[in-house]
Ligand binder design. Structure first.
Ligand code: CP3
Length: 356
């Protein structure tokens, strides 16, 4: 395997000095790129792309050909895991993900098991291996998973939700059944991330997209303990060999201290908190990732540059004047109607304004 030519992202996660702040964007591969839309039209569907390692590799690399990004992220989806557990994932155009079967009772939760990573999820591991080979050391590859809670949201609701009524009712009425589901999900997430690491992923991110819909007490009961178990139990090597973990959560500002204490290397935050403030709350022992409002990309190039500078400065201000320990990103994923030219402005501004 070729040595890494750009290790800024991994160095920032270790809170080591960097020549400038590394940047990647959640959902950097996607429908906002015309070349993605062309590949998708040829492949027929999103799942058809994700389940084909050659196509997954191609779309992973597409944003790196246009932008000076410091990391690649595996093209896949968090819902591959419940799909492999037998729930039957499908996508309805314009409605997002759906499951043929849902988990709403203790009996249904009892039947779930951890899928086998090298058979049922082999297509994901094959994609990781292929992407590593094709990247040829250009930048590190990020593997990922959904959080136990966020996966459970889709498994119980049967798809996306506005109010999370079913899973919140389950938390109130059948907490034991939900805890069982979360526990199986945690075992699956740990196995899934370990398998991606073994296949070549050089950093790992957990998306707790829906942790922020929980009250603080409910978050401490149904999301935080499982994120902590992942940070504690996921074997990721020692010293220079260590594969860093990032716990990203929407709406996690109230929990940064607890997340920083989980044993993770990095915490990803959304745009509802300033980075300097996030640094104070998280303490000095984790790297922070984030956090521009994705809607910043709808602004003019000049306004994007102003927002990039403000986020970099807020981080440094909260970090004793240093830029160390910061991975630049959006506070959530990109949308299909964003302008690729604006992405270039953002990425270049991060490097320009943070160069030592
Ligand atoms: O960041 C990346 O570029 C890597 C790829 C990635 C995708 N999904 C590709 C994708 C990642 C990391 C995800 C994670 C994911 N998937 C999350 C957590 C992150 C987040 O954004 O909160 C969630 C909640 C999902 C579930 C999911 N999958 C949703 C809600 C959707 C959108 C449905 C829609 O029509 O907008 C998907 C589909 C999906 N996953 C797309 C992509 C590029 C759109 C695919 C398409 O229609 O071509």
């Amino acid at each position: 395997m070729s040595p890494l030519k750009n290790d800024r992202f991994l160095r920032a996660l270790k809170r080591e000095p960097v020549d400038c702040t590394p940047v990647w964007l959640m959902r950097q591969a996607g429908r906002y790129l015309p070349e993605y839309r062309a590949t998708r039209a040829a492949a027929g569907s999103f799942l058809g792309m994700a389940k084909n390692p050659e196509i997954a590799c191609e779309v992973t690399l597409q944003p790196l050909r246009r932008f000076d990004l410091d990391a690649a992220i595996l093209f896949s989806d968090i819902l591959t895991v419940p799909d492999a557990m037998g729930l039957g994932l499908y996508f309805v155009e314009g409605e997002g993900p759906k499951f043929e079967r849902t988990i709403r009772s203790a009996a249904e939760a009892q039947k779930l098991g951890v899928p086998d990573m090298e058979t049922e999820l082999r297509y994901v591991m094959d994609a990781v291996r292929l992407i590593r080979r094709e990247l040829d050391g250009q930048v590190p590859l990020i593997g990922f998973s959904g959080s136990p809670w966020t996966l459970a949201c889709y498994m119980v609701e049967g798809g996306g939700s506005k109010d999370f009524a079913r899973i919140k009712a389950m938390a109130l009425n059948e907490p034991k059944a939900l805890h069982h589901l979360l526990s199986v999900n945690t075992d699956a997430v740990i196995a899934y991330l370990a398998a991606q690491r073994a296949a070549g992923a050089q950093a790992l991110q957990v998306f707790d997209t829906w942790g922020g819909v929980l009250s603080p007490a409910m978050y401490r009961e149904f999301s935080l303990p499982y994120l902590t178990r992942i940070a504690q139990e996921l074997q990721r090597g020692e010293g220079a060999d260590r594969t860093p973990l990032i716990l990203f959560g929407k709406g996690n500002a109230a929990h940064l201290q607890a997340l920083a204490a989980s044993g993770t290397e990095g915490v990803g935050v959304d745009w509802l908190i300033e980075l300097g403030d996030a640094r104070h709350r998280a303490g000095a022992n984790v790297a922070l990732q984030g956090n521009l409002d994705p809607a910043t990309l709808y602004g003019s190039p000049e306004s994007i540059r102003i927002q990039v500078r403000a986020a970099l400065d807020s981080y440094a201000e909260g970090n004793g004047g240093s830029r160390e320990g910061h991975v630049f990103n959006l506070g959530h994923g990109m949308s299909p109607d964003m302008n690729p030219d604006h992405v270039k402005v953002l990425v270049d501004a991060v490097h320009e304004f943070s160069t030592r």
